[in-house]
Design a protein around this ligand. Structure first.
Ligand code: HEM
Length: 382
């Protein structure tokens, strides 16, 4: 059984709008509006040879006529951005600003960004979820490790789409509501995917490969005088879970600044979620306020269940972050790194800050439950 078999059933998007074109993943993967399949299959060889003239010609050859672009729907626009993106990152990796080298791509990136309501560059979604599988897969290096990293990120997408629903429910409810703990348990089930993803990454991608081979392809590029980050794993919107659980009212300026920079790279529905929930009372805020009203020895059972479920999902977030910082530290060690910052624009020090914040919030909730076993997973309600 391949990883693909394991993760693909999760692509069912539950109660999120099935008409949302960005969730029509099979169609986007299938689409080849630029007729780029053959050309992109040759990109790894061009990259291997650092053949900037060939990459430049390839990018120029793919730039569509405005009339053709105007006929496309969102699905085709997303696929076209994905395919141009592979050449943008490749040229930049070899020291060439792609829009300066092929100026006619600038208006196309702007228009594709406008039509898809996203940044005028490819993102982690284009590079992973919307990337075809099998022989048509787009990659910079055509190596197993690059494929594994793409798969590791791709496998969390369905869970995070589903987490939009469970987190919205947590945000709507109070810790005394019977639905609060089950919504947290469902969120925990979704967060488990990022733990599985980082375990898969640690097992299959070496820090050396990431630091020396792959990281340079994720450098930022200049579009209209503004830098746009490459398709970084850091853009995976785990923040939407943080936001609901603790970040909305218990954050730190460094994490807030990182989120502000990351938000434009996410999907419109997720940005709307952020706008709707920022500054609201988080789950930790609600649970700790409720706990402060109750006597520690006689907590209402509903509140105990809510606090326990909250501690469990925070613990999973902490587990992801503790394992993730391990591989990030190695990849950005002085002896290995080519860049000070991650491809998402922040240093490893940010990961320490976010791990500490996650741990502090987990400790706060767990202390209210001195006798509970927060490590035991609960079976989420359907
Ligand atoms: C070789 C593998 C990886 C390395 C070296 C790495 C490194 C980093 C670094 C340095 C950051 C700080 C921000 C930035 O990138 O500018 C970051 C952030 C982040 N990365 Fe990774 N990463 C790796 C794989 C992954 C994977 C597989 C995932 C999950 C699917 C992931 C999810 C995240 C998230 C969600 C953040 C934002 C900070 C947080 O929520 O804790 N990373 N990563």
């Amino acid at each position: 059984m391949t990883l693909y078999d394991l993760v693909e059933p999760g692509l069912v998007c539950r109660s999120n709008d099935p008409a949302e074109p960005r969730y029509r993943i099979a169609e986007i993967r299938e689409a080849d509006p630029l007729g780029a399949d053959a050309l992109l299959a040759a990109v790894p060889a061009m990259n291997h040879a650092a053949d900037v003239p060939a990459l430049t010609v390839a990018l120029r050859a793919l730039v569509p006529e405005p009339a053709r672009l105007a006929r496309w729907g969102v699905v085709e626009c997303l696929a076209a951005m994905r395919d141009l993106g592979l050449l943008l990152g490749s040229l930049k990796r070899h020291g060439t600003e792609p829009v300066a080298a092929v100026p006619e791509v600038g208006p196309v990136l702007r228009e594709l960004g406008r039509r898809t309501d996203m940044v005028p560059r490819d993102t982690v979604h284009h590079y992973t979820t919307w990337n075809p599988l099998g022989a048509r897969r787009r990659s910079y290096t055509a190596t197993d490790m690059e494929r594994h990293l793409q798969d590791a990120v791709r496998m969390v997408f369905p869970s995070l789409v589903a987490a939009l629903d469970s987190c919205a429910e947590v945000a709507r409810l109070e810790p005394y509501d019977p639905g609060f703990a089950p919504a947290l348990d469902r969120t925990a089930q979704h967060v488990q995917s990022v733990v599985d993803s980082i375990d898969f990454t640690v097992a299959n991608v070496t820090p050396e490969f990431f630091a020396r081979v792959l990281r340079p392809y994720f450098e930022e590029i200049d579009v209209d005088g503004r830098d746009y980050l490459g398709p970084a794993a850091a853009q995976v919107p785990l923040w939407l879970v943080d936001l609901t659980l603790w970040q909305s009212d218990r954050s730190d300026p460094a994490y807030d600044a990182f989120l502000d920079e990351s938000l434009p790279y996410s999907l419109p529905a997720w940005r709307a979620f952020h706008a709707a929930h920022r500054g609201s009372v988080s789950a930790v805020g609600k649970v700790s306020a409720a706990l402060s009203w109750e006597s520690a020895h006689r907590l209402p059972p509903q509140l105990t269940a809510s606090a326990l479920s909250l501690a469990r999902v925070l613990r999973l977030l902490k587990t992801f972050r503790a394992r993730h910082i391990g591989i990030a530290r190695k990849a950005y060690h002085d002896d290995l790194r080519l860049y000070d910052n991650g491809s998402g624009g922040a240093p490893v020090a940010l990961l320490r800050t976010v791990l500490d914040l996650t741990r502090d919030n987990e400790t706060l909730v767990r202390r209210a439950l001195p006798h509970a076993d927060v490590s035991a997973p609960r079976t989420p309600a359907a």
